[in-house]
Ligand binder design. Structure first.
Ligand SMILES: Cc1cc2nc3c(=O)[nH]c(=O)nc-3n(C[C@H](O)[C@H](O)[C@H](O)COP(=O)(O)OP(=O)(O)OC[C@H]3O[C@@H](n4cnc5c(N)ncnc54)[C@H](O)[C@@H]3O)c2cc1C
Length: 540
């Protein structure tokens, strides 16, 4: 992405469409849309709701399907296949269903690879979602199952304008309110662009009427003053907040504050990287979370297929022949036990990070594809505090961002104003930092989360009680967070992964274009069983 410190001369000699592209890249989608509207470019969104999955019908009599893994993909497949008339069983490694769709509450015990065991000490009613925590409004498939299965949803706050954006390298490390960062960034960009227009930098690109329309749009979008400058004013205070907030009666008159964040430092702070997050379609309102924890979704799915699941069944090999598929597994509570299950067909939703370690007789292209997808590292840390001190700072839900290794702090989106304890998502870490945190002991991870979190909330140390830390590469049943596809591996391997290989179909978030989302798991399962069903019906 291009820096927003773009000089006016950068815009010389470009077309109207290119000018819009520059506005979009530097100032964000909202600015571009507003400019487009003024320049007459805005058109109806081409986005169409994806067609809903058509329920399978008419399974040939007596045909069986073995599903491997009772995550959301496995349970989607099992639910639909059974409804179509197949005889279905699921083998699941863990003693419970849901896979990554997981919630940790007080009393839960979790042992990671390497043997470290944590017992969650959260108080009753408090929880952390170590994996998924939000569902966008446009993830129609998972939302449709939530509706059918009676999962209660509540709002997930993605953008909280009163939360913080923090950089260890800017403003002396002092956290800034999101609303100030957003308003000031937008204001400075609008001022720069407006000046460029007034100085004739876009004369070759825009005619007089277009220039006037754009200047007027920028004045409104950036809360600029009459003279086109950005700074202290009631208009900007309406966005960034007041020094003296509007009151009642004879209270002091409202006043704008003087602490406008200076333009160049704002750009250097790279805060703009944080404030664009909410503009991506997956993070736009409305976003949801299940009431009571993400595993409410897992439990609702499990209620539909519970009788089909064999728990504590760790698959150790998968073999197909002309007549069916044989799967060996062991009781994960009693390693070494040799058990088998056989069916006519198999839908395998075991993550590729695990499947690549399991003997499986499929064609060479599918085997290559299974081995071609590395898994992303991620760490989430839940911290319980004696009181919801962040609400004293008027932060209700949402996220504060930081360039410290914890990356963000997520505030609970429920129970606002409740007296007593609360749990924060004290870290949600990706990439290099995630590997580093994963290599620490759980206690060290929590200690580091406290150290970095205190840079934003100095109250951390006074109020902290206990915590739990999940490093996804150490989760025994996924060995990672989600499959990473590059353009190259998609091009070379994706189709081979998704093709039905004899009697075996693969599904899961890794076999989708929406990795790391529940929606990807559901759509992948729906597509795999649709094709498998068509094959079976054609053969019988
Ligand atoms: C940190 C993190 C954050 C995320 N955030 C979001 C979010 O906010 N919103 C969202 O929609 N999605 C999110 N996701 C992604 C979402 O969790 C996944 O896309 C989805 O849960 C994957 O479902 P699945 O069925 O494909 O795989 P899984 O849930 O992994 O299910 C696979 C199942 O296979 C089982 N298994 C593994 N090995 C074996 C074996 N040998 N034998 C038998 N069974 C086995 C596992 O126990 C598991 O139950 C997040 C994931 C992570 C990790």
């Amino acid at each position: 992405m291009k820096h927003c410190s773009m000089e006016a001369s950068d815009c010389l000699g470009i077309t109207r469409r290119q000018a819009l592209s520059v506005i979009g890249k530097t100032a964000g989608a909202a600015a571009m849309y507003q400019a487009m509207a003024y320049l007459g470019f805005a058109a109806q969104s081409p986005f169409k709701e994806s067609e809903r999955f058509e329920r399978l019908r008419g399974a040939p009599k007596g045909v069986s399907v073995l599903v491997l893994g009772a995550g959301i993909a496995g349970m989607t497949a099992a639910y639909e296949l059974r409804n179509a008339g197949y005889s279905v069983k699921i083998l699941e490694y863990r003693p419970k269903a849901g896979g990554r769709c997981w919630t940790i509450r007080g009393g839960d015990v979790y042992t990671e690879l390497g043997g470290a065991t944590q017992k969650c000490e959260f108080d009753r009613g408090l929880y952390i979602n170590p994996g998924p925590w939000r569902i966008p409004y446009n993830h129609f498939a998972i939302l449709s199952y939530c509706k059918s299965f009676g999962v209660s949803l509540e709002p997930f706050i993605q953008v909280n304008y009163n939360a913080f954006v923090h950089s260890t390298r800017a403003y002396g490390g002092k956290p800034q309110r999101y609303r100030k960062v957003q308003a000031d960034f937008q204001g400075h960009i609008a001022e720069l662009l407006s000046k460029s227009v007034n100085q004739g930098a876009l004369n070759k690109t825009l005619n007089k009427a277009d220039r006037e329309a754009l200047t007027s749009a920028l004045r409104s979008w950036g809360a600029l003053r009459e003279d086109g400058s950005y700074g202290k004013s009631i208009e900007s205070a309406e966005r960034r907040g007041f020094e003296v907030w509007p009151g009642g009666g004879l209270m002091p008159l409202m006043a704008a504050s003087n602490d406008i964040l200076e333009g160049k430092e704002l750009i250097k702070s790279r805060f703009w990287r944080r404030i664009i997050t909410g503009q991506f379609h997956e993070f736009q309102s409305s976003i949801f979370q299940p009431v009571g924890g993400m595993d409410m979704i897992a439990q609702a799915f499990a209620k539909q297929v519970d009788d089909l699941i064999k728990f504590n069944a760790r698959v150790t090999s998968i073999a197909q022949d002309e007549n069916g598929v044989s799967v060996s597994y062991e009781n994960s509570a009693r390693p070494g036990s040799a058990l088998t299950e056989r069916a006519d067909y198999c839908v395998c939703t075991i993550p590729l990070s695990i499947l690549s370690q399991i003997p499986l007789n499929v064609s060479a292209p599918m085997r290559e594809a299974i081995r071609a997808v590395p898994y992303e590292a991620s760490v989430k840390i839940g911290l319980q505090f004696k009181r919801r001190f962040w609400e004293d700072e008027h932060i209700y839900g949402g996220i504060s961002y930081t360039d410290a290794p914890i990356s963000l702090i997520g505030y609970p989106n429920t129970d606002y104003g409740r007296q007593g304890k609360g749990v924060l998502l004290g870290a949600y870490i990706w990439g290099r930092n995630a590997y580093e945190f994963t290599s620490m002991t759980p206690a060290e991870r929590i200690e580091a989360a406290l150290k970095y979190g205190a840079l934003i909330h100095p109250q951390y140390r006074d109020h902290f009680e206990n915590g739990i830390a999940v490093g996804w590469h150490r989760v025994p049943w996924t060995n990672g967070c989600h499959g990473i596809w590059t353009d190259e591996t998609r091009e070379k391997r994706y189709k081979d992964l998704c093709q039905i290989d004899g009697r075996i179909a693969l599904a899961g978030e890794h076999a989708s274009y929406i990795p790391a989302w529940l929606e990807g798991a559901v759509l992948s399962a729906q597509d795999a069983i649709k094709r498998l069903h068509a094959n079976i019906v054609a053969k019988n």
